[in-house]
Write a protein that binds this ligand. Structure first.
Ligand SMILES: Cc1cc2nc3c(=O)[nH]c(=O)nc-3n(C[C@H](O)[C@H](O)[C@H](O)COP(=O)(O)OP(=O)(O)OC[C@H]3O[C@@H](n4cnc5c(N)ncnc54)[C@H](O)[C@@H]3O)c2cc1C
Length: 338
């Protein structure tokens, strides 16, 4: 079923990503945001879903989260590495009308697909937005700029769709409604050339990335931990209290922790119930990633460290001693109780 050109101008699309046959957290959160924007404009929210036929369909889940329409590409040819094919398929679908906006989760695949699609459509793309709203009928895309020293509001008035990507944790996850009704439109795969991308391997780091986005308690370390030994102590303490470990960019850059642990502007945006920052100064670029945390505990030797301005509880102490005490205290208790 092909819609008329003008119909699409009142649609907001979310190009979803699936992991282990389920919609990712960022995709679900974006559907909720698209629903909110669509309601404020009197538009429709749509989800674009690629099914590789290896798991259950996510179409009904997307409808339950707020999508009115699901454009579904279902074919065994869609593997996770084929972002270029996905970009072709979405661009092809837009031949019969471009939507008002097209949103992507800023995850490994969404980042690549959105960039390929924006280039093909010759439209703009605002990556890693921290806010989306409507101004004068246009999509107001907000993101930190110049290393977080400015917050930029961006409008793309000259071409459709208005494209933005958003990390997980920026918007709340909508409550699913199993009774919601929507339309599922099965779309034909375009004839595209062979993929220029090839999967050469998978690493276990992806698992850490996923769990960091969804963690309730995060124990993060910065340069104050000083060494790989310090990060081993952090990992041990995290395991002991049932937290997910994380790190500042400086620590990742120094090779003390993997990139998948990085929190902040150029890392993950997270919304844990508790964020414990050990030996982290609290630079704006770091704190941009933890604005959604319900509670922050900061441990730092410097009582003037900016991290204390954002902390609910501040502890002026050596973070290695703090971790040792945390591990000892919880060592006497069953693991994972915090
Ligand atoms: C464009 C851009 C993007 C960026 N993106 C990110 C990002 O995504 N994530 C990010 O984290 N950063 C990011 N940064 C870097 C950011 O500006 C900071 O440089 C970085 O966060 C600092 O990391 P840190 O706090 O671990 O190190 P430092 O700034 O060196 O701070 C170490 C802290 O540890 C304390 N300390 C030292 N010893 C101890 C001890 N024994 N016990 C307790 N405390 C101790 C010190 O008092 C200090 O406050 C970005 C920067 C730019 C320009």
């Amino acid at each position: 079923m092909i819609k008329r050109m003008e119909d699409r101008r009142s649609e907001i699309w979310v190009c979803c990503e699936k992991r282990q046959s389920r919609l990712t957290a960022a995709s679900s959160e974006l559907i909720g945001k698209a629903r909110e924007l669509a309601d404020s404009l009197g538009y429709s929210a749509a989800a674009v879903i690629f099914e590789d036929m290896s798991g259950e369909s996510a179409a009904q889940t997307a409808i339950g989260l707020g999508a009115d329409i699901v454009y579904r590409f279902c074919h065994s040819r869609f593997f996770r590495t084929e972002e270029d094919l996905q970009a072709w398929a979405i661009a092809d679908l837009m031949e019969s009308g471009r939507p008002w906006a097209c949103l992507f989760p800023a995850e490994t695949h969404g980042r690549l697909t959105s960039a390929l699609l924006a280039a093909r459509l010759k439209t703009g793309l605002t990556a890693d937005c921290t806010g989306l709203s409507v101004e004068d009928g246009w999509l107001l895309q907000t993101r930190p700029a110049f290393g977080g020293s400015l917050i930029a509001d961006i409008l793309c008035r000259h071409s459709l769709p208005q494209m933005a990507s958003v990390q997980s944790g920026v918007f709340p996850r909508p409550e699913p409604d199993a009774d919601r009704q929507g339309v599922i439109i099965d779309c034909a795969l375009p004839a595209a050339g062979p993929s220029a991308l090839k999967l050469i391997g998978c690493s276990a780091e992806r698992k850490a990335e996923e769990s960091l986005s969804e963690a309730k308690v995060v124990l993060a370390g910065g340069m104050g931990l000083g060494s790989v030994r310090g990060f081993r102590a952090l990992k041990r303490a995290a395991d002991r209290i049932g937290a997910v470990p994380a790190a500042s960019r400086a620590a990742v850059g120094a090779g003390l922790a993997p990139y998948s642990w990085q929190v902040g502007l150029s890392g993950k945006t997270i919304r844990p119930e508790l964020y414990i920052a050990c030996g982290i100064s609290g630079a704006v670029q770091h704190m941009a990633g933890v604005r959604g945390a319900a509670r922050v505990i900061a441990v730092n030797l410097d009582k003037k460290a900016p991290v204390f301005d954002c902390a609910d509880v501040g502890i002026i102490a050596d973070c290695l001693v703090f971790l040792e005490k945390l591990e000892t205290y919880f060592g006497a208790r069953p693991q994972g109780r915090m």
